[in-house]
Design a protein around this ligand. Sequence first.
Ligand code: ME8
Length: 511
Amino acid sequence: MNKHFYLTTPIYYVNGAPHIGHAYTSIAADVLARWKRLDGYEVFFLTGTDEHGQKVEKAAAEAGLDPQGFTDQVAADFRDMAARMNISNDDFIRTTEPRHKRACAELWRRLEAHGAIYLGHYEGWYAVRDEAFYNQGELTLGADGIRRAPSGAPVEWVREPSYFFRLSSWQDKLLEFHEKNPDFIAPVARRNEVLSFIRSGLEDLSISRTSFTWGIPVPGDPAHVMYVWLDALTNYITAAGFPDEADPRWGFWPADLHIVGKEIVRFHAVYWPAFLMAAGLAPPQRIYSHGWWTVEGEKMSKSLGNVIDPRELVATFGRDALRYFLLREVPFGNDGDFSRKALITRLNGELANDLGNLAQRTLSLVARQCAGVRPARGASIAPDQALRDAAAALPALVRGALEKFAFHEALEDVWRVVRAANAYIDHQAPWALARTDRARMASVLRVLLDAVRGVATVLQPFMPESMARMLDQLGVPADARGLAALDQDLPAGAALPPPEGIFPRFDALSR
Ligand code: ME8
């Protein structure tokens, strides 16, 4: 296989509708997937839904539906969200699909064959909301008399027969694994959390339940269903064809990157590599854990009624505007706060004014002064060369920033060039040159067209639709939109379509 890259989002629980947090993870992963494709990689980009377990079973009962009918409905809603955010996933996995049940059963059998599983009895605390087991020491007792996990989720006492995974025997091997792979989990604060969790001592993990039935049956013992996290994590190998090693997608395993929110790091950086290594399979290469969004200063929650539907934002502001804002506003590893005011400020200032005006001013001058035809490159003087060099540096800068998941830095690098191009157009004043020196005017406009092309090319992964329109207006053919094509000059004399504004302005009171 050529250079290839396999990346994933978490698979989302179908206990409720998709919200801005889910959209965020999917958009970030989509930008990376599109960037890698633009950069010449063969990409496999996976997202999907996590449909088993007690939490989903409960939500289905509350909705008055059978779990399969309920999950069919909510999974369709998640698929719709992905389409509306312009997510370019290559596959969408549902854990209720036969291919996934088969993969889980096979993984279980391999774990069993390696002596990693035994039957016992679980007695302890469980939080349905987190689908996680907790030790007594991790809990707090609230004034309301309710015991809660560190996430705030209430816990209940569970006592039932259970299969266990011998996680305790993986403590040293996991530490060694993390030492040998210092970049396995980032940012570094999450790595430290993981290391201290492992060092604090790993207990064997309960990996089956008998008190409900909405799950994948344990092979040979259907009174048990698999623990939903063992089931869920396995999705990443199911989609790569496991256990069919002849499947062409199996060449993508181990995954290059799992992108996850900060609350599910333990499952991905401790349990998942242990399960895989115990079954004789390769662990993934990297995990990046991003921060959490609050809304207008508050935690998003159904009870507060402040859950933001990303589709409503898209209907108002456009999907590229939302994609841009979410990745520009907050460094990826940090928590951030969503506010409409901040969104509108960035859309007006950075998209409509900085970038939109640059393209519009350049293209309308070409339309008016050059009969809508792309001028030839003229002799370069210092300011021309400076802008050309700044634009030519962008692919490497954006690549470097994205390699460290610094989406905001990548965008800042691009905007430095956008601002430089706006300063250049002001200083060169091609509208004045139109009266005094038309040859110089034409070379200035050509420098600008090339700079806008460079900017629009590297921005495609962030704002695919608007940048496609911008590249259309610049007359860049479909096969000249990759990073490698930036080295090739576009021919002079090509007729460009009439320019049209791409980014509308929003009045601060817009809903
Ligand atoms: O945890 N801010 O699913 P889930 C940022 N099924 N990101 C957020 C967010 C917020 N406020 N809220 C959610 C699960 N997310 C499991 C995963 S993977 C094998 C199984 C994003 O529906 C973030 O990526 O609770 C988080 O990790 C994910 O949605 C959790 O989605």
